[in-house]
Design a protein around this ligand. Sequence first.
Ligand SMILES: [Zn+2]
Length: 301
Amino acid sequence: MHRTLKHCWFLALALGVACAQSPSQAADDAGERAFAYVEQLVALGPRPSGSEAQLKQQQVILEALRRLDCTVTEDDFTARTPRGPVAMKNIIADFPGPTGRINAVSGHYDTLGHADVPAFVGANDAGSSAGLLLALAEQLNGELRRDTVRLVFFDGEESVIAWQGDDHTYGSRRLAAAWAAGPERERLQALINVDMVGDANLQLVYEGNSTPWLRDLVWDVAASLGYSRQFPAGQTGYIEDDHVPFVQNGFAAVDLIDFDYGLLNRYWHTEQDTLDKLSPESLGIVLRVVRETLRELEKRP
Ligand SMILES: [Zn+2]
């Protein structure tokens, strides 16, 4: 992702210091499960699109999903990048409900593959989003629901060379265009994208490119669960991420991203993005908010 407007780092720093976890935010099992998946994915090493490790990661994700009561779709495509064609794969898991309406939760699973950070393992970016989606899949398994819940693992979120032109969000741009021309046009109510949601010092951006009603629904749910410190409102930041192609195609979409990762975001896109910076508690908090938001979305007419 990419920040398009800077806001006050000093404020972010002050809020960050004030934002330590309290004992009342103990991890539930799902947070621990998500963390265990992140650990498993990080152990594969750097996982940029088209790499051997990315192929292994795809097998881990597919094997985990195929144990569950969902319909798994592999969306294979060749991305035209500034470095030439790259084989990519979006992975989609549908947990069906009877209404026909779809609420989607998405996140990318590729990691940055730039030459200047060769040992980048991306625990938070994108281990946390992939791990959270796999833990959410386990929670959804066997549950009764009205609307279909669709989990989407995007490939190719990261740029191959630099975040400019079309060199980013390859998987989400492809799916947003396909869904705008398909049955999802009528069926998809909302898409919740998660990215960098594992930071032990969790503080999400009140994100300005997101659809306002959906973002405010998530923030209201978070407040009702006691997570206003992790989901602060009022200071809007603007992030380009996998939700943007969906908003541009007329869908309701929100980005849940913590773009204050270490002092002045210094762990972001560096070899410092490692497992020791993450906590099961943070993953559990975001999981709880996402699940409660899905329940609220089901209540909408
Ligand atoms: Zn990134």
